[in-house]
Design a protein around this ligand. Structure first.
Ligand code: GLU
Length: 284
C-alpha cells in the first residue's frame, strides 16, 4: 500500500512545539511505511502570510532533520484548480453568494434565542442561513462575493477511517450523518470575497492533487475533516485515511498559538537545544 503524507503549515508566524510534533510524527510515520513526505505552504491568506515566515518554516524543518520530496506546493499558485472546483459546485446549485459580515452573523445567530449562546461549528458561529434563498443560482459563478455551501442540499451520509483519535476518543470508522453536517457545521464559506477559495476547499483539492493517502494533523481539525470528506465526495475525489493527534499544550492546558513566541522552534534553536531535545519535549 502506498503511503503519502504531508505537512501543510501557513506562513503566518513562527512554527511552535505543536507544529514540531505534527511534522515529526508525520515524517516518522512516512519513514516507517517507506512512504513519501511532502510539504505544502498554505498561503491563501495574503494579508497574514509573510515571506520571512515561509523562509523560517524551511529553516526550522531542515534543522529538525525533515526532508520533503519534490517541489513544495504553494496554494497561491493553485487558483485555477480552486476556480474550476467552485464552478463545478456552482453548476450543481450547491453554492450561494453571501455578503454577511461577522457582526451580521453574530446578530442573526443569537436572535432566535436572545441571551443564550449561539451554536459554534469548526469555523466559529454556525451560519444562520440569512442569504441562503436570496439569490438565484443561475448564470456564471458570481465574483467579488463570498460563496457558501448550501449544506441542506449537499449533506449526505458519509464516513472516514481514523487511525488516531478525535477529541472525544473517536477512532476507527467514523460515521458522518447529514444531521451532523447541517446542525453542527452548517453553510461554510468555500470562496472568500478576496480569494477564490477557502481553507476547506483548498486543502481538499491540494491533498488530492498531491495524491495524499494519509492526512496526519491535530485533533483541532477533527470536525473540519467531516467537511473535507463531504467535499471529496461532491467533487469525486478519493478520501485519504486520517490520523488526528493530541495537541501540545502549555503549562495551563491551553493549546499553543503562533503568537506564543516562547515556544517557537526558532527560539529553542537559538537557545542551543538540539532537534532531539525537541523530540523529547513533544513526547516522541
Ligand atoms: N494550514 C493548516 C494549519 O496550519 C493545516 C491544515 C491541515 O493540516 O490540513 O493549521
Amino acid at each position: 500500500m502506498t503511503f503519502t503524507t504531508r505537512f501543510a503549515p501557513s506562513p503566518t508566524g513562527p512554527l511552535h512545539l505543536g507544529h514540531a510534533y505534527s511534522t515529526l510524527l508525520a515524517y516518522d510515520m512516512a519513514q516507517a511505511a517507506a512512504g513519501t513526505f511532502l510539504l505544502r505552504i498554505e498561503d491563501i491568506d495574503q494579508t497574514r502570510c509573510k515571506p520571512r515566515w515561509e523562509q523560517q518554516i524551511y529553516d526550522d524543518l531542515e534543522w529538525l532533520g525533515i526532508h520533503w520530496s519534490g517541489p513544495v506546493m504553494r496554494q497561491s499558485d493553485r487558483l485555477p484548480a480552486y476556480i474550476s472546483a467552485l464552478n463545478t459546485l456552482w453548476q450543481c446549485g450547491l453554492l450561494y453568494p453571501c455578503n454577511c459580515s461577522r457582526r451580521d452573523i453574530a446578530a442573526a445567530a443569537s436572535a432566535p434565542q436572545e441571551g443564550s449562546t449561539p451554536p459554534l461549528g469548526p469555523d466559529g458561529l454556525i451560519y444562520p442561513g440569512t442569504c441562503r434563498h436570496n439569490h438565484n443560482r443561475l448564470g456564471p459563478l458570481p465574483q467579488n462575493t463570498a460563496l457558501r455551501l448550501d449544506m441542506q442540499a449537499a449533506a449526505r451520509p458519509l464516513s472516514f477511517h481514523e487511525t488516531g483519535s478525535g477529541p472525544e476518543g473517536q477512532t476507527g470508522q467514523i460515521t458522518i450523518t447529514p444531521g451532523n453536517l447541517t446542525h453542527n457545521i452548517g453553510d461554510i464559506v468555500l470562496s472568500r470575497r478576496d480569494f477564490p477559495g477557502s481553507y476547506h476547499l483548498s486543502v481538499v483539492l491540494d491533498d488530492a492533487s498531491q495524491n495524499i493517502t494519509h492526512v496526519i494533523r491535530g485533533q483541532d481539525l477533527f470536525e473540519a475533516t467531516k467537511i473535507h470528506v463531504l467535499l471529496q465526495n461532491l467533487l469525486g475525489l478519493p478520501t485519504p485515511s486520517y490520523h488526528h493527534h493530541a495537541l501540545i499544550r502549555d503549562n495551563t492546558g491551553k493549546r499553543l498559538a503562533k503568537r506564543d513566541d516562547a515556544r517557537a522552534i526558532a527560539k529553542y534553536r537559538t537557545d542551543g537545544c538540539s532537534p532531539n531535545d525537541i523530540r523529547v519535549m513533544v513526547g516522541l
